[in-house]
Design a protein. Sequence first.
Length: 301
Amino acid sequence: MKVLITGGSGFVGRYLHAHCSESGDDVVTIDHSGADPVDITDRDAIRHSLSHHRPEVVYHLAAISHVGEGWDDPTAVLRVNVEGTAHVLNAAHDFGVRRVIVIGSAEEYGQVDERDLPLREDAPLRPSSPYGVSKIAASYLALQAYLAYGLEVVRVRAFGHTGPGQSDRFLVPALARRIAVAEYEDLDEIRVGSIEPVRDLSDVRDVVRAYRLLAQHGTPGETYNVCSGTGVSVREVTDRLVAAAKRPLRITVDPDLVRPVEVPRLVGDATRLRTDTGWSPQFTLDETLTAVLEHARTALG
């Protein structure tokens, strides 16, 4: 199967590339960096890429993916995440792509009512960030392409995921790096933001398996939560990482690390994904956290 991954040089894109290649797919990636950069907001460039490569399946990962960047520049996050998705969908329709997997986010759910937990795909969408708004708009563009043109789109709402190599702008690698620095410099403190929020956290290696299974078995037009189905607080993640540190550490809450708006609990229901694809996670949270911490130590060393 020939597949094209947008955002292929990003954190998840690299893992997806490796997984698809190991599974026997012929993989092409496009990204804004590298030897042959492609801007996802450049309509003609996207059309040229899809016309040239003629993939059967497109995994659309390219996006501004950090929630904080949406607060800094809402216009940019809308342009990349919405306009870029429109270009990919239109080119996919015009050049015979069989299926497009559009990667969205659990941030689409936004302000969650406790009664709705764990979140199913039909839960209300109450976005609390520009990033969440952008992902809802991209998802509805995908639905429109399915309803209007019959393009086989499968929409994903990915909950939190991490693994070795993720940018330390994100929670787990940021904590792991602070611990690695504390070990290296004989410090006794690490700083954290809000520690009470509860998140649904998966290993990136499990997540990319889910994406490929959805390319094979997902129902066109449907939305799928990709999540573990289990909530873990930031406090518990921090405690587990600190317990694995090579020296005693105390935790200090830093107001500068707290988001402008923080969703208290975000836990998903993966029943639809499991039923339609047979997917289940292979990595435990402790295995994932250990891998991220070891990666941080190696990178610092």
